[in-house]
Design a protein around this ligand. Sequence first.
Ligand code: UD1
Length: 419
Amino acid sequence: MDAFIIEGGNPLCGEVSISGAKNAVLGIIPAAVLCACSSKIENVPDIKDVNKMVDILEKLGAEIYREEDTIIINTEKSISYDVSEYEEETGQMRASYYLMGALLGRYKKAVVPLPGGCNIGDRPIDQHIKGFEALGARVLIEHGQVKLDAPELKGAHIFLDVVSVGATINIMLAATRAEGKTVIENAAKEPHIVDVANFLNLMGANIKGAGTDVIKIVGVESMHGCEYSVIPDQITTGTYMMMAAATGGDVLIRNIIPKHMEAISAKLTEMGVTVSEEDDGLRVTRTKPLKACNVKTMPYPGFPTDLQQPMAVLMTIAEGTSTVTESIFESRFKYVDELRRMGANISINGRTASINGVKELSATKIRATDLRAGAAMVLAGLVADGETKVVDIVHIDRGYENLQENLRGLGAVIRRISE
Ligand code: UD1
């Protein structure tokens, strides 16, 4: 098991460039199997979840070529619609659920193990299933597998009961190859939904309204390969913004889309951080003490749940009492115990954490309990007084490309050890 050793107390300064969005590319790679074709995808991050997804597709029979941040996915030869043998791989990430929509779209049937992913609360897939059934699929869950079978896929009007990123993309994938028109109401609006829709449209799909809460899809009979470049990662960008703010640094974060960062920029500004837009980036500078603030996680364009944990670390060293309310996942406060071990003053009442700022965090051994909590632990180590050891960083490797190299480039003292 690898761990990070971090010597805290160094302000981050310099420039960092952001890699492609994990949650976009994990929808785009399965989308590429919707037809017998070859697609080239650029700005693909080198992270564990992407490598796992590529590995699964290769095992299903796709030919995949990879060079630096570009992958070519060739599915001209038929691939298998049965993923059941690869339960270990699919169990290590959430996004394996996109194989359901993509394979159902192409083959009208699929067998896919139930997905894994971060343990952050109840994560049902009932809305995905409701969508597939509305499109005409019979869905059976047995022995840990989701079995989908549609004599024919037909467009439908689907109203999602909850705003779900995964269900929106999954239904979009299947509906792209259904006969007729599908309307998804109460759809999620995250930037990665727009990115997957843009990729599908370049492949010949007919999708309108992605980025709003009503998405209209007219099914197409044939699709073709395309070339596409994935958008930059909103959550990675936000993580570096918070790292710059927490350490009292001055960092230019390049290759990003500032519009995607508005909820985060607004909160950091409220806390006394300067966030300014430059050419293709945002510059984050802090010279004054951090002020307390209140945050509630919401679907996009609200404050993202995936940045709730790093935000909470910032609050632990802000002047006054902050609150963070988690409205998407009910068990997303598991990391709080780790922060308490560093001297953070946090009390939890239901879905709200009240955080009384302390002067500094004290370095100790802490655990990455999941992917985003892991990034928060690294952030805590960057501001703590001394040497912090973050264990279980395998979670962090799922979603952050070159984290320690990037941080070292910004002046952090961090190294990876293998135990
Ligand atoms: C995706 C992201 C994850 C992010 C989350 C919210 C990927 C691979 N993962 O996860 O990083 O934290 O969006 O932005 O893109 N729900 C249901 N039934 C369903 C589906 C969801 O009740 O069928 C509920 C969930 O329990 C949760 C809420 O809807 O309370 C939102 O979940 P959803 O947007 O689906 O998250 P994921 O797709 O799992």
